[in-house]
Design a protein around this ligand. Structure first.
Ligand code: CMP
Length: 139
């Protein structure tokens, strides 16, 4: 059975553009409960650790630089079928391919500065949540 927790992070482009409130409103109106949330910033080294799974990809260095370029808002979210439903809400990684009305369609600037991250599995939601918040298993 699908889990009820996912992890998200509003990225520097969306935080910098003042879209945290609008995005958070969409998340809550879609039925997600925010269980944890903070405004923070990653060093290049921390961004590299978070995205270690992509370290062989050609965009890895730029991605780490970009993700450490400004403030981010990581969150733990709760809803039935959280991972899958949240990925539908945010839309495709490439905003030119994101369905109308999705968060990336509305707010993303490019495939790199794509406004928001969403975990791709229950297992990664726990790993990624624990990267920013302690005692994630209790949420
Ligand atoms: P995210 O869902 O956070 O997971 C990995 C990130 O890498 C992705 O969003 C994009 O920001 C970025 N990414 C994925 N593919 C590309 C690409 N082809 N070029 C640049 N950045 C990418």
């Amino acid at each position: 059975m699908a889990g009820n927790i996912t992890f998200t992070m509003i990225k520097p482009d969306a935080v910098g553009a003042g879209n945290v409130g609008a995005i958070t409103k969409m998340i809550q109106e879609a039925g997600f409960t925010i269980k944890a949330m903070k405004l923070t910033k990653m060093s290049g080294e921390r961004a590299g650790q978070f995205y270690a799974v992509h370290k062989e990809r050609p965009f890895y260095a730029d991605l780490c630089k970009y993700m450490s370029s400004g403030a981010i808002v990581p969150m733990i979210l709760e809803k039935d079928n959280a991972v899958e439903d949240f990925r539908k809400l945010i839309g495709a990684t490439d905003p030119t391919k994101a369905e109308a009305g999705t968060i990336r369609n509305l707010f993303a600037k490019s495939i790199e500065a794509n406004a928001i991250h969403g975990s791709d599995s229950d297992e990664n939601a726990l790993i990624e949540g624990s990267f920013f918040f302690s005692q994630t298993e209790q949420f």
